[in-house]
Design a protein around this ligand. Sequence first.
Ligand code: GUN
Ligand code: FE
Length: 431
Amino acid sequence: MKNNSWILKGNICYSKSEKELSVTEQGYLVCCQGISQGVFRQIPEKFRGLPVTDYGDALIFPGMTDLHLHAPQYSFAGLGMDLELLDWLNTHTFPEESRYESMEYARKAYKTFAEDLKRSPTTRAVIFATVHVPATRLLMDEMEKTCLKTCVGKVNMDQNCPDSLREVDAKASLLDTERWLLDTMDAYENVRPILTPRFAPTCSAALLEGLGRLGQKYNLPVQTHLSENQSEIAWVKELYPWSSFYGDVYDRFGLFGAGEEGRAPAVMAHCVYSAPEEVMRMKENRVYIAHCPQSNMNLSSGIAPIRSYMEQGLFIGLGTDLAGGANMSMFRCITDAIAVSKLYWRLVDQGAKPLTLEEGFYLATAGGGSFFGKVGSFEQGFEADVLVGDDLEIPRLDGWGIRERLARFLYLSGEKGRLIGKYVAGVQILL
Ligand code: GUN
Ligand code: FE
C-alpha cells in the first residue's frame, strides 16, 4: 500500500492564478490517495484520521515542472558557453551525445543525472535522451526509480548531424522508434515515452511524416525545438522552402499539437523568434511553449517575448534546457525568467511589462504542470506534488511575511536554503 494519504502542516503557498499567490500561515495541506483536498486553517473533521507531518515554520509549495531538458548533456554542462547554437551543437553536444552508444558510459552518466534531478526542485520533467534505444531505455529505468513523473524521448535524426549520431535512414529510425514505443508505453508507472524529432534541420521530410503517423496512431505527445536562433530559422527555410514559417514544418506533418481536447499535446522549446502566424498556429493547436531563459542567454539566442505570449493566452511553462542552461535548478529558472523579462522591457519593448514573482512562480508550477494534467496547484483535485523549503539559514529580519520568505527562498536557496521534503502525486521522495 502506498502511503499517499496524509496532512502536511506549515506555511503554505501556491498560485491561485497567474497574478495571485495564495498564502496560508500555519495551514494544513490535505492529500488523499495522491490528490490534494485543499489547504485549510484547521483540519476538517472528515480528515482527522490522516497522519500529520508538522514541518514547523518551513515553506510548503507546489513542485516544479521542467518542461525542457536534455539528460545526456548534464555531463558537459557549463562548457561551450562562448558559442551560439549551431556551433555549440557541433562542438560539444553532438560529440558528447555520440558517447551514449556505450551502455557503460550511459549507465554512469544517467545514474548521476537521475540522482541529482531527484534532489532538485523538479517534480515533473519532459526530457530528451539521445538517438540510442538501449541508453534511452536505461534512462527511463533510472527515472522510474526516482518516482518523479517524466516524459522521456528517444531522439530522432537522420540528416545534418555527424555519422556517429545519424540514424541510417527514415525507415530505420521509424522502425526503432515504434519498437521502443511499444516496449515502453505501458512499462512504467512514472515514465512515459514522448516523440522527439530533435529539430527540423536534423529530420528529413520522410522521417517527420512517419513520426506524425506514429503520433496519430498512438496519440503521443511531442517535444522538439522551435525558433530558437536566427541562423537556425534561416536554415529551416532553406531546407523546407515551402514552409510559411518554422513551426509550419512540424504542423504539416502533424507534430504541432492539435486543437481537440484529448489529443496529446506538443511542447516547443524556446520560441524566441516566433512569427505572428506561428504564434497564432500555436494558440489554435494548444501547443506548449517551454521558455528557457538561461539557455537563451548562454547561447546568445535572444529573449523570448513571454509577456506577449501570456497576454495572448498561450500555454507556457519554464525549462532549464540543460545543458544550454548550465544547471537543473527550476528556482534559478524562475529568477532568470524574471530577469530576462526586465531586459526585454528595458531594451526591446517598453510595452512588455516584466514578469512578477507571482507570474514566474506560476509558470514553473501550474503553467508547466498542466502539461501533465491537474498538476502544479494545491486546489482540490490536483495531484499533490509538494516541496518543503527550510529557510532558517537565510538571514531574516522581523516582520517579513511568507511571500517575502518564498521570494528569498527562490532567489537564495542555492546558497542557504534547503529542501527538506518532496512529494510527487502524494508519494514522498527521499532526498
Ligand atoms: N536544437 C537542436 N538541438 C538542440 C539542443 O540540444 N539544445 C538546444 N538548446 N537547442 C537545440
Ligand atoms: Fe533543448
